[in-house]
Design a binder for this molecule. Structure first.
Ligand code: KIV
Length: 286
């Protein structure tokens, strides 16, 4: 089912003004082909997520993804979109060492890849870094809750915000993290893997749009990993992700049909082949 969507180019101000007006959509994308398809489907924001470490590179977590890899994939995505806003995801250690590093690496996303914004994980402790980026007009999306770059602290990709107290990942800390990200100047906030009531409370507390993943329906928008939505990921599908298609199965079926036809020599047919030009008959001289 195709639905009508706003045609105008999505921009940072239009994302900000969507809060309370309409729900925002974000999908991950990692290359030109799928960026084009998502753009044609009317997705508002394309996130070149460091989840590419898992769904494209086959790793168990996102930690090994490099800046060069992110810049490369973000450039491909930018080539494929017309309307959507493209957000480059800052990989592990590209922004944690110092705000100066963050500026250099976020600048690479904007300058070399051509995207319009960057995303980084963390709350209170990343406020200074977000502030530095925003002060030089690099728009930032924050990311709190289940932050995959903290996988070892969390002991796995586990739901956050269930505990009391003020430790990282606790309910009170996540509320502080959200406020810190907003006050530092981020224009949107991804909330991942937290109880729905907490995500709703955060959404009601901050003035910037929240984009939820595994965070319930109360957020201002939703983000999912493209491979989950399309049913491309065969190994594992998180509980919060909905498979809207089974393209993985469709791809295996198309490729096995190719294998069969080549083996039984029913492909290529003459319609898929070229013939040599016919020899031109010369008229005999009389
Ligand atoms: O890397 C990613 O794909 C993400 C989303 C899950 C929000 O950070």
């Amino acid at each position: 089912m195709a639905i009508a969507f706003e045609e105008a180019k999505v921009t940072v101000p239009s994302v900000l003004s969507a809060k309370g007006e309409r729900k925002l959509t974000m999908l991950t994308a990692y290359d030109y082909t799928f960026a084009r398809l998502a753009d044609a489907a009317g997705v508002d924001m394309l996130l070149v997520g460091d989840s590419l470490g898992m769904v494209v590179q086959g790793a168990d977590n996102t930690l090994a993804v490099t800046m060069d890899e992110m810049v490369y994939h973000t450039r491909l995505v930018c080539r494929g979109r017309e309307r959507a806003l493209v957000v480059g995801d800052m990989p592990f250690l590209s922004y944690q060492v110092s705000p100066t590093d963050a500026v250099m690496n976020a600048g690479r996303f904007i300058k070399e890849a051509g995207c319009e914004a960057v995303k980084l994980e963390g709350g209170v402790h990343m406020a200074e870094t977000i502030d530095r980026l925003v002060s030089i007009d690099i728009p930032v999306v924050g990311h709190i809750g289940l932050t995959p770059q903290s996988v070892h602290r969390m002991g796995g990709h586990k739901v956050q915000g269930k505990r009391a107290g003020d430790a990282p990942g606790s309910r009170a800390r996540l509320l502080k993290d959200a406020k810190a990200v907003e006050q530092a100047g981020a224009f949107a906030l991804v909330i991942e893997g937290v109880p729905a009531d907490l995500a709703t409370e955060i959404t009601d507390t901050v003035s910037i749009p929240t984009i939820g993943i595994g965070a319930g329906v109360g957020c201002d928008g939703q983000v999912l990993v493209m491979h989950d939505v399309l049913g491309l990921e065969q190994r594992f599908s998180p509980r919060f992700a909905k498979r809207y298609g089974e393209l993985g199965a469709a791809a295996v079926s198309a490729m096995s049909a190719f294998v069969c036809e080549v083996r039984e020599q029913s492909f290529p047919t003459p319609a898929h082949s070229f013939s040599s030009p016919r020899p031109v008959k010369r008229k005999r001289a009389s």
